[in-house]
Design a protein around this ligand. Structure first.
Ligand code: IPD
Ligand code: CA
Ligand code: CA
Length: 271
């Protein structure tokens, strides 16, 4: 069986994610029919068609690798496997908001190995591999240098599941962060949020109750860009459980205290 380097996997991920991204862009703002997996968990024909394309291309290019995708599932494994989100940011896509992407990542034994994230309506593509560089539109990118929470721009998200009960609703950590940092964005595509930490746009990001297909590609890119990702408790992230804090590394401990599992209150600024 052919073994692939992380860099080769990142290149393959970028190629197939770019193809699927073209498919999505062709349907953007076309007012697609909307199905509901749950009350606010949407799906369109473009989510489905994108995953069909990704499965077909990846089975041609890497027939030895299993694939777990949001729409058709698959069996999670500790072996090297693809984790794909064919359309991350479906709610944005449905409403004609350009913050959506295709996310294709490879993970082995719970650790991200390589990935690509392509956001066609933003003109952005990212790819990266463990032990290599991270790239934004083909140019190397790095995390930010910020060391102070009060100078930082963060991002978060709110899961369509569990949103009514604390702590899963994420409201309390969100309010706490808003009082301390420059801003907290909620743009609606977890894979892109991670890439925006990787390229230094955001200094940190946290969210609860995501899935491995939301996280694997962006985590690989973030780590390649010099960032750090943990669970909300500060230990190794369990990407299949999906509670994560990602940062430029320098701010990580402060972020854990601010929005982590057992946050100690950070003193409020005087003005
Ligand atoms: C969603 C997005 C969103 C996050 C949700 C995810 P989907 O993925 O990543 O930013 O807040 O928790 O479910 O459903 O658009 O693929
Ligand atoms: Ca997603
Ligand atoms: Ca999705």
């Amino acid at each position: 069986m052919q073994s692939r380097t992380p860099a080769e996997l990142a290149t393959i991920a970028l190629e197939v994610a770019s193809q699927a991204a073209l498919l999505l862009q062709a349907g953007f703002r076309s007012r697609p029919a909307v199905g509901k997996k749950a009350r606010i968990d949407l799906v369109t024909e473009f989510d489905l068609a994108s995953e069909v394309l990704l499965r077909q291309r990846l089975s041609e290019l890497t027939p030895e690798l299993p694939l777990i995708g949001e729409e058709q599932g698959g069996t999670p494994t500790t072996e090297l496997a693809w984790y794909v989100d064919p359309l991350d940011g479906t709610t944005n896509f449905v409403h004609g908001h350009p913050f959506y992407c295709v996310s294709v990542g490879a993970m082995r034994d719970g650790r991200p190995v390589a990935g690509a994230v392509v956001a066609p309506s933003l003109g952005l593509s990212y790819h990266g591999a463990i032990g290599e560089l991270a790239y934004r539109n083909g140019e190397p990118c790095r995390v930010s240098d910020s060391v102070e929470l009060e100078d930082s721009l963060l991002a978060t998200g709110f899961s369509p599941n569990y949103r009514r009960e604390p702590p899963h609703d994420n409201f309390e950590p969100f309010l706490r962060a808003k009082r301390i940092v420059r801003g907290v964005r909620r743009c609606g595509a977890a894979a892109l949020d991670l890439c925006f930490v990787a390229d230094g746009t955001y200094d940190g990001y946290w969210e609860r109750s995501l899935h491995a297909w939301d996280l694997v590609a962006g985590s690989a890119i973030l780590l390649a860009a010099g960032g750090r990702i943990t669970g909300l408790h500060g230990r190794e992230p369990e990407l299949s459980i999906g509670h994560v804090i990602a940062s430029n590394g320098r701010l990580h401990e402060a972020l854990l205290e601010l929005v982590g599992e057992d946050p100690q209150r950070v003193p409020l600024p005087s003005a």
